[in-house]
Design a protein around this ligand. Sequence first.
Ligand SMILES: C[S@@+](CC[C@H](N)C(=O)[O-])C[C@H]1O[C@@H](n2cnc3c(N)ncnc32)[C@H](O)[C@@H]1O
Length: 332
Amino acid sequence: MTRGSTPADVQQQVVAMYESHPFPSYEDKFRKTAEEMHLKMRLLGVAEGEYKNRRILDCGCGTGEFSCWYAAQGNQVTAVDLSGPSLEHAREYAQQYDLSDQVDFVRMSVLDLDFPDDTFDLVYSYGVLHHTADPLRGLENMVRVCKPGGIVVVSVYSRYSRLIHRQKQRLINRIAGDDIEKRFKWGKRLFPLTARKLKLRAHDASDAILYDQFSIPHESLHTVNEVLGWLDDHELEYLGAFGPLRVRDYLYAASIPEYKRLETTFQGYLLTRLASGGLKGMSRLLGFRPQQDRKFPRPSRLSRFMVQSGWFLFGLRFSCFSIAGRKPIKGD
Ligand SMILES: C[S@@+](CC[C@H](N)C(=O)[O-])C[C@H]1O[C@@H](n2cnc3c(N)ncnc32)[C@H](O)[C@@H]1O
């Protein structure tokens, strides 16, 4: 992003990028979401009953994979994004899976959600707020439209997990400037292994993930402390996180069957595979069991430090961490 850009410039450039390259556009669409979502909800501390037969808002839905997954769980879903072509893909996708009656795709900004207060049971956003000029304003909107007692899930890029990628982006930007297509080409040319790794993780035959990672005009990076602070400022009760925020919760995650499937996306990274295998072994040794509706205490300072150091060393899936919080019921 060029210096001196206004929030309107940020929005215009980010949206233009996703209009020419809708994300994620995976070919095997349900594969990634289905593998990931039940596991993710469990680790976010969201009980199954809280994401089934509810009213859900997906903020920055892209091509609609998560929105359709929520619809397939029997929810009534509203999904918003600013990229018209992404919404078109999303509508086609919903039609293809016979979910059109359950999901409504609307062109709207997460920074200006045009819904009444207290409308949705669960308000979800993955990989969006860090592409806006004002993530906090996005969160404020999300909390406002969430019902009291409902759940807000916010997912942003981790400062530590993304440190090295940020240096790659800097180099690409220095060579290719603001041109999205040039950045994409230079990204692939300079970092072929990263490109291969990204496509493998995303199960992605298209280049959407590479545009998303090499060509994005604006992104902000965040720490766990920061996001926990956002929750506190909005009086949201901490429920859980994905990736987990305590070593103990990682061991629990490794005992859940879906974890094994998620692990296949790390093929080819020796360090990550070793760490992942080590976790599974420890989890078995210490007798962790995948019980439902486990409660996750708020992580201590030491836990946050250890986990974020792990993200720095081993990476974090797509560099994004999610935290869930519950909006208080009035009078609580
Ligand atoms: C990385 S994609 C994430 C898509 C989807 N959440 C997913 O993870 O599959 C980011 C999306 O955010 C959308 N976006 C960016 N700024 C936005 C805003 N202010 N309001 C709504 N959507 C926005 C982009 O158009 C893009 O589709």
